[in-house]
Design a protein around this ligand. Structure first.
Ligand code: HEM
Length: 352
């Protein structure tokens, strides 16, 4: 085990490179099954991709004032992308993880990702569940192969569907925990709006001398349900943003001890009892008329959100994060994602 609590398996980096090629094959398969465009290996369907502001609070306790984002109070421009988790585009009612990706711009200091050491971006990627279905990179890939098998058939009960290959995988001995997780937290979980969801990093990051996980929760309370059309999650955001802002509070949880807040096991939740969340910032998305801002969304969707776009103080940890370094690069190269990170000088106007 290294000083951050990681257990690095021999030969894992060449396995992760091969996993990147598997993700490329899924992207090609999704293109064949969809509109023939190669898109993201996961989180293909975007609901909205918009500018926002990330404001670091002025009253942070000293243990939270770490690294170039949180050391001092201040404001960063941000790009924010809402998505469904699947590599395939489906009706929003289909059970899925939902994603929230934030890219801060103007963050000073060196960065970790090779080729982007001088970028001023810092990314935070989250899913609407506090922990992962799979504890490790290897089990995540097993599960992915079962869920995306090119010969899979959909088994549906009403609107709740699951592929037969994933169903077989989940019913194999030893997969009981994953089965419970997928059925209850994904397949049977219908959401009405992204504006009332909480999102979590689900995996662990350095935080100076310690480690942390991060999450957001909506600043305000309940919302009314929209209609249930194919893209009702986008229609909800689009309708709301016409006049109002969307706002989430951003929290970190600091490691307490290796049992309660492990680094390698991403299917272990860091509960609020084990590590109370500290509110450190607010993400605000100001009103925007998305009907007139296609160029803004095109630019945002072309960006490369990647947890490895980060300051060394927030290095991603654990095998679930180490595999992401190879796999996001593979997916982003295949889809020809915008190589240059934004630096705040971009002027992308909405139509009049
Ligand atoms: C807790 C762990 C994880 C979280 C919170 C997470 C979250 C996300 C989010 C929010 C996105 C969408 C980014 C965007 O909007 O552009 C994304 C994209 C993606 N994720 Fe993950 N993810 C996790 C683990 C993984 C793992 C283990 C893999 C594969 C082994 C993976 C593969 C991908 C790929 C291929 C993309 C698309 C990259 C691109 O082309 O831009 N993710 N992830």
């Amino acid at each position: 085990m290294n000083e951050c609590g990681e257990v690095i398996e021999p030969g894992e980096s060449s396995r992760f490179a091969a996993n990147g090629e598997e993700i490329n094959a899924i992207q090609e398969q999704a293109a064949r099954e969809g509109d023939h465009e190669v898109r993201r290996g996961f989180h293909n369907k975007a609901h909205a991709c918009v500018p926002g502001t990330f404001t670091v609070r002025g009253d942070l306790p000293s243990e939270a004032r770490v690294g170039p984002v949180f050391a001092t109070p201040g404001e960063f421009p941000a790009w924010v992308r809402f998505s469904n988790g699947s590599p395939f585009v489906a009706h929003d009612l289909a059970g899925d993880f939902r994603g929230l990706a934030i890219k801060l711009v103007g963050v000073p200091g060196p960065k970790l990702l090779a080729g982007h050491e001088h970028a001023t971006t810092q990314d935070f990627l989250m899913l609407n569940n506090p922990f992962m279905a799979a504890p490790s990179a290897e089990t995540f890939m097993e599960f992915t192969r079962a869920a995306t098998d090119p010969d899979r058939k959909e088994l549906c009960l009403g609107d709740a569907c699951i592929s037969d290959t994933l169903f077989t995988y989940l019913n194999a001995p030893g997969h009981e925990d994953t089965r419970g997780f997928i059925l209850h937290r994904v397949v049977l979980r219908l959401i009405g709006t992204l504006r009332d969801q909480r999102f979590w990093s689900g995996s662990t990051f350095k935080f100076g001398e310690t480690t942390m996980r991060y999450s957001v929760r909506p600043c305000e309370g309940a919302f009314k349900l929209p209609g249930f059309r194919n893209d009702y999650l986008r229609r909800d955001i689009e309708g709301h943003l016409r006049d109002d802002e969307i706002c989430y509070d951003f929290y970190i949880q600091l490691a307490t001890d290796p049992e309660a807040t492990p680094v390698e096991n991403a299917s272990d939740e860091w509960t609020a009892e084990e590590s109370p969340p500290i509110r450190v910032a607010r993400l605000s998305i100001p009103p925007i008329d998305l009907d007139r801002c296609h160029a803004v969304e095109d630019f945002c969707n072309g960006l490369r959100f990647n947890p490895w776009h980060c300051a060394p103080e927030y290095q991603p940890l654990g095998s679930i994060n180490r595999i992401r370094k190879a796999v996001y690069e593979a997916s982003q190269t295949a889809r020809d994602g915008r190589l240059q990170e934004p630096d705040g000088s971009e002027t992308i106007a909405c139509e009049p």
